[in-house]
Write a protein that binds this ligand. Structure first.
Ligand code: BTN
Length: 317
């Protein structure tokens, strides 16, 4: 269900004063029953509307991440021009893979029944507490640039969060998680569809723990945190989502391999510490990034480079 021009007109009209159903029906040139149906629709989308003998008045906007609510903060030309919102879905990435969608489409869900994480893990999506969305890009990216290109997503989320919430210390855990104070706050599932030697379609799934409490994060099987836990403030998910989309579009437009690598390197989690690359049988000191976005590990057998795997900290007892 989407908000159209008539719904918007009603919302604007009842924003600051009470307006009767009669008046709305005249202004819109629709029947009073049609006005009433529109009011019901807006209520089902989470808008709180006070009804009195004098008419209707908007009491509270919806918490749902409808396009309508994001649009005032959005200044993109490409990302989010096609915006699909679901109160519930299996997974926004799965939806993107199942459907033919235009470039720049953003799919947002309040809740995912089977949110997908990397390496077959699942992503827990608490109702209205986090940001769960997928961006579809139809961009011909050379296969050897895809790892660096994918770093645009965590980098943009980091920038948007730091600017909006005036916090710092967000770290990027290779390949593309965001950690704060040693705990995971955001995860990225980047899936690609190849066309010859290039990526034809890139599906970037982004999950961010925003307003979850410590209690709600306990169901996650790794140390996890949320922006609320870290700042002590409830975060406005609407402006955060729009800022992230703005930041992603800017980063894509200005994409430069070297500067992306430099920026990620500066906030690379566990740089200079002993790590293990899970499943790859590599242990050693995390030296930094390679110029194609992999990592360099100083092992007993010299420096090894890898482009696959997941990192964990090696605890020396
Ligand atoms: C990870 O850290 O393992 C990646 C998590 C990615 C989660 C997001 S939530 C939106 C999108 N839809 C999914 O099913 N997964 C991604």
């Amino acid at each position: 269900m989407v908000i159209d021009a008539v719904d918007n007109f009603i919302l604007e009209s009842i924003k600051e004063k009470t307006i009767s159903g009669d008046e709305l029906s005249k202004r819109l040139n629709i029947s009073r029953t049609a006005v009433w149906k529109r009011i019901k629709k807006l209520e089902s989308l989470g808008y709180q509307i006070e009804k009195s003998s004098k008419g209707y008045r908007l009491k509270k906007r919806t918490d749902f991440l409808l396009y309508n609510e994001i649009q005032p903060y959005l200044n993109t030309e490409r990302i989010g021009k096609n915006y699909l919102f679901f109160t519930e879905i299996d997974s926004t990435n799965l939806y993107a893979k199942r459907n033919e969608l235009s470039d720049g489409t953003v799919i947002v869900a309040e809740y995912q029944t089977t949110g997908k994480g990397r390496r077959g893990r699942r992503w827990i999506s608490n109702q209205k507490k986090g940001l769960y969305f997928t961006i579809v890009l139809k961009e011909n990216i050379p296969v050897n640039e895809i790892t660096v290109f994918s770093l645009i997503f965590p980098l943009s989320v980091k920038r948007a969060v730091e600017k909006l919430l005036k916090i710092d210390g967000l770290k990027i855990k290779w390949p593309n998680d965001i950690y704060i104070n040693g705990k995971k706050c955001a995860g990225f599932l980047i899936e690609t569809e190849l066309e010859g030697n290039e990526v034809g379609r890139l599906i970037a799934g982004i999950g961010i723990n925003v307003n979850q409490t410590e209690e709600e994060l306990k169901t996650i099987d790794i140390p996890a945190t949320s922006l609320y836990v870290e700042t002590g403030c409830v975060v406005d998910r609407k402006s955060l989502l729009a800022s992230i989309l703005n930041e992603i579009e800017n980063s894509i437009n200005a994409f430069d391999k070297k500067s992306v690598l430099n920026e990620v390197e500066q906030s690379l989690l566990w740089k200079g510490e002993n790590v293990i690359v899970i499943d790859e049988n590599i242990e050693g000191l995390l030296v930094g990034l390679t110029d194609t976005g992999g990592i360099k590990i100083l092992t007993d057998n010299g420096i090894l480079e890898t482009f696959v795997g997941d990192l964990t900290l090696r605890r020396v007892s």
